[in-house]
Design a protein around this ligand. Structure first.
Ligand code: ADP
Ligand code: ADP
Length: 228
């Protein structure tokens, strides 16, 4: 079964200068457990695609399905991480990671939430930083924490929108290794948005290249050594 299925999606933004077509008859399927990267130049519609999958926006035409069910609004079963992690400064790192559990599993005992968050934080190398505030951590560490927050509630799909884009090259490659470690532990279905082809080849099983204005999926390739 496909966790994510995008069928013939066409979308234009309405702007003061008239409609701005962004996606043109785009179709894309991500099988359960796969790691798919969507690569394309800045402005080609990658973030638009993530908003459609997360149910934050409705396409003009076509449909988006999550586990065969049409997406009609925002879903808590989608985990997201962005280029600039938005962590709450008045909460500790641990309590930032726990946040999605408070929303989707309000009855889960606090000690279970804490155990789950601690386990993930240890996995990404943040053991000992649980009680720090976000501003006390480096950019790379904040991104590690935001990855934990994105998967703490075991979302159906994890959407990563340029999560490593703002990091220096060394930190970025560390984070790639962290991503591998997380996936060995929990093989969640992942969609990575990036303009870095090297990053997509390092992380994904399958790479889809978006191009054209408006954009459509031009080609897809299985990554040698990937699991797709
Ligand atoms: P990418 O993530 O690939 O950089 P986006 O999906 O953010 O691309 O944007 C695609 C195009 O749509 C760009 O030209 C962008 O300026 C435009 N765009 C994005 N969001 C909006 C919006 N809310 N209103 C109008 N135009 C938008
Ligand atoms: P990214 O590609 O990282 O999402 P953008 O600069 O494309 O960043 O967009 C940042 C925000 O600005 C988004 O919320 C997007 O919807 C909005 N946006 C982008 N381009 C436009 C535009 N031409 N008109 C209105 N809003 C826009």
């Amino acid at each position: 079964t496909n966790t994510v299925e995008i069928r013939h999606v066409t979308h234009a933004y309405r702007t003061p200068n008239g409609p701005l077509p962004v996606l043109d008859d785009l179709s894309l399927a991500i099988p359960e457990g796969a790691f798919c990267a969507v690569v394309g130049p800045s402005g080609c519609g990658k973030s638009t695609l993530t908003r459609l999958i997360a149910g934050l926006m409705k396409p003009d035409r076509g449909e988006v399905f999550l586990h065969g069910e049409a997406v009609r609004g925002p879903r808590s079963t989608v985990g997201m991480a962005f280029q600039n992690p938005v962590l709450l400064e008045w909460r500790s790192i641990l309590d930032n990671v726990i946040l999605p559990l408070e929303i989707v599993a309000p009855r889960m005992p606090r000690r279970d939430r804490v155990a789950r968050a601690r386990e993930l934080l240890a996995l990404v190398g943040l053991e000992g930083f649980e009680d720090k505030r976000p501003s006390e951590l480096s950019g790379g560490m904040r991104q590690r924490a935001s990855l934990c927050r994105a998967i703490v509630h075991k979302p159906e799909v994890l959407i990563l929108d340029e999560p490593f884009g703002a990091l220096d090259a060394f930190t970025r490659e560390d984070l790639w290794q962290t991503m591998h470690a997380l996936r060995r532990q929990e093989p969640f279905t992942t969609l990575l948005i990036t303009h870095d082809l090297r990053e997509s080849l390092f992380l994904a099983d399958e790479v889809v290249v978006l191009s054209g204005r408006p954009a459509t999926a031009q080609y897809r390739m299985a990554v040698p050594g990937g699991t797709a």
